[in-house]
Design a protein around this ligand. Structure first.
Ligand code: AGP
Length: 614
């Protein structure tokens, strides 16, 4: 889950690399570094166990002149996030330099072989092995290209790698194996770029070539040649794409996370605006076509994703089952990709991924591709690796999300799933057009309803201050709000490092109720719906055991007064819209607790925005 970048041109390489790395910091921010071919034709490097701004500071003091180089921002897998383990890594003679995203799964075995040959390693990383393997092959008189290619063949796992060597100085070789965050080559005027994704180089060029798995590129002075690993050279297809606006500002907010929570009424409006149109007696998506016979033979749907996107899938499962009456299941992509699921061409896979680059989700999508299944992707990143696998892509259209903790992309994802469920329902005739029309009309109330919840911001801030002293929390929901309970608990864990668990309220009696005492606040979603009485009973049972309760209730319901310690009132709304509203106070609660505890809300420890390794 690292970001890698390479530059070959006429500009100062360190400036281009640092600025591109800053745009890749969402992939990891444990450490960073670069290696540059200096004006005396020597490779110099700089690296640090800090963020890109720290590297920038160091490079103000010590500028490396040169127009060729590679850079890296790291999310640690093997070895602590310290200076020693920061990339780039070199072989023992510092004649080969590499940056790497992925995990060398057979590194222990390769390391033993190299140690046997007398090589000495400096870091605890698996990545360092790549530099030694290339170097060892160079010593056996293989060319630089052959050495990189053979190394790519020998290492197992998924990888994106860039390499430089002083034997063939004016080249950067990159290769990709499997799904480890991708590699895209950018063509400028008299300059070449390569990076983990287009956002890093979009300000310089829009003429791109995406490397597929098992491909290698040799970049030189204003040139790029492409080769299949272990195969021949080929001419790639170029893409000319509109690079999304990556200029992001916090506006007047202190953090991206709070900005992204507060802007949800607007982002949901944007999500709504590119979705459904009525066409005679049919409903169509505005920004893409779902062919008429697309769902004809579909008899089963699997929804998949990771983290927040997985919880969005669970909400989507409720929507699809109740509106389209198609058997559905939600599967964690990291499990699904290795499961012997009985799937065939009548199974539809719906993948949800904000980034479109999550390794496990891509792994599941690739598996389903080999089985000939139809695939729909719901993503916030047009042109991602996932969009190159799916048959159809629904754009969440929430706008770029910078905070590592997903917020607006959750509400955008569930809106896309709601509309997809409506479309499937009308295609399968489980929903009449007037019913569908009425659901869509309801959804247009979302910006206003969400705005009413966002206005509770000061109240939630006070509440968070009160509860920030607790070390454990339980989140309970039922029906559509069960996945919201899980997502609320995930948000709290991610940004405030407090232990939190989500449960379906029905599970309480089967074990978790043993945890209840006056040290573990329970956040219970008790809206006035068909689960209300059951939820009320659970609340009563918790109260009877001296539990502390925060209740999310439908506005105007005072029935729980005396049972709950604090109340968050959710505006009355049609049932399918409740998760869009209940999640907002939970996001705010996590944000303000993290703030109270003094944590880095936008870049929480140990996390990365895009998880490009398994
Ligand atoms: C959510 O706050 C996390 N950042 C994480 O769980 C995330 O949702 C997950 O890694 C999936 O990412 P994706 O949507 O980009 O695939």
């Amino acid at each position: 889950m690292c970001g890698i970048v390479g530059y070959l041109g006429y500009r100062n390489a360190q400036d281009v690399i640092v600025s591109s790395l800053q745009k890749l910091e969402y992939r990891g921010y444990d450490s960073c570094g670069l290696a540059i071919l200096n004006s005396e034709n020597k490779i110099e490097y700089m690296k640090t166990a800090g963020k890109i701004n720290d590297l920038k500071e160091m490079l103000i003091e010590y500028r490396i002149p040169g127009n060729f180089g590679i850079g890296h921002t790291r999310w640690a897998t093997h070895g602590k996030p310290d200076d020693r383990n920061a990339h780039p890594h070199s072989d023992g003679d510092s004649s080969v330099w590499i940056v790497h995203n992925g995990i060398v799964e057979n590194y222990q075995e390769l390391k033993t072989e190299l140690e046997y040959k007398g090589y000495k390693f400096k870091s605890e990383t698996d990545s360092e092995i790549i530099a030694f393997l290339i170097s060892d092959l160079l010593k056996q008189e293989y060319s630089f290209v052959e050495s990189v290619e053979k190394t790519a063949e020998v290492i197992t796992g998924s990888h994106s790698v860039l390499a430089m060597a002083d034997k063939d100085m004016r080249k950067v070789i990159g290769f990709r194996k499997g799904h480890a965050g991708g590699l895209v080559v950018g063509y400028g005027n008299d300059e070449m770029f390569i990076a983990s994704d287009m956002s890093a180089i979009g300000e310089y060029t829009n003429k791109l070539v995406y490397l597929e798995s098992d491909q290698l590129v040799i970049l030189g002075d204003n040139s790029a040649s492409y080769k299949d690993i272990g195969g021949g050279y080929f001419e790639p297809d170029h893409s000319f794409i509109e690079v999304p606006d990556t200029h992001f500002s916090k506006d007047d907010f202190d953090h991206y996370m709070i900005k992204e929570i507060i802007e949800q009424p607007r982002s949901i409006y944007n999500s709504l605006s590119n979705k459904i149109i009525f066409n005679d007696d049919k409903i169509e998506f505005e920004d893409f076509i779902l062919p008429n016979d697309f769902t004809k033979d579909i008899n089963r749907i699997i929804l998949t994703g990771m983290g927040t996107s997985l919880y969005a899938c669970e909400v989507g499962q409720y929507f699809i089952e109740s509106l389209a009456n198609i058997p559905c299941q939600t599967e964690d992509a990291s499990e699904l990709r290795y499961k012997d699921s009985p799937i065939d061409e009548n199974t539809l896979l719906i993948s949800v991924t904000q980034s479109g680059e999550t390794a496990d989700t891509l792994g599941a999508m690739s598996l389903f591709q080999t089985k000939g299944c139809k695939q729909i992707l719901i993503s916030n990143s047009v042109g991602s690796a996932a969009s190159r696998i799916a048959d159809i892509e629904i754009n969440i259209n929430s706008g770029i999300e910078i905070g590592v903790a997903s917020t607006k992309s959750f509400t955008g994802s569930i809106l896309s799933l709601l509309f997809l469920a409506i479309k499937l329902g009308t295609d399968k005739s489980t929903l009449s057009i007037p019913e569908a029309e009425s659901l869509i009309l309801d959804s247009t109330k979302l910006p206003d309803l969400m705005n009413q919840v966002v206005e509770m911001n000061p109240q939630i801030e006070m509440m968070a201050k009160k509860y920030s002293k607790y070390n454990h929390f339980l989140y309970l929901g039922r029906g559509l709000n069960k996945p919201v309970a899980f997502e609320g608990a995930l948000k709290l864990k991610e940004v405030s490092y407090i232990h939190a668990e989500g449960y379906s309220a029905g599970q309480m009696k089967h074990g978790p109720i043993a945890l209840v005492d006056n040290n573990i606040p329970v956040i219970a979603m008790a809206l006035t719906d068909n689960y209300y009485e059951k939820m009320r009973n659970t609340i009563q049972e918790i109260k009877a055991r001296s539990g502390i309760l925060i209740g999310l209730v439908t506005k105007g319901n005072y029935d729980l007064d005396g049972l709950i310690d604090d109340v968050i009132e959710i505006p009355e709304c049609p049932k399918y819209l409740t998760p869009f509203l209940t999640i907002i106070p939970l996001q705010l609660f996590s944000y303000y607790i993290a703030l109270e505890l003094g944590y880095d809300v936008d870049q929480p420890r140990n996390l990365a925005k895009t998880v490009t390794v398994e």
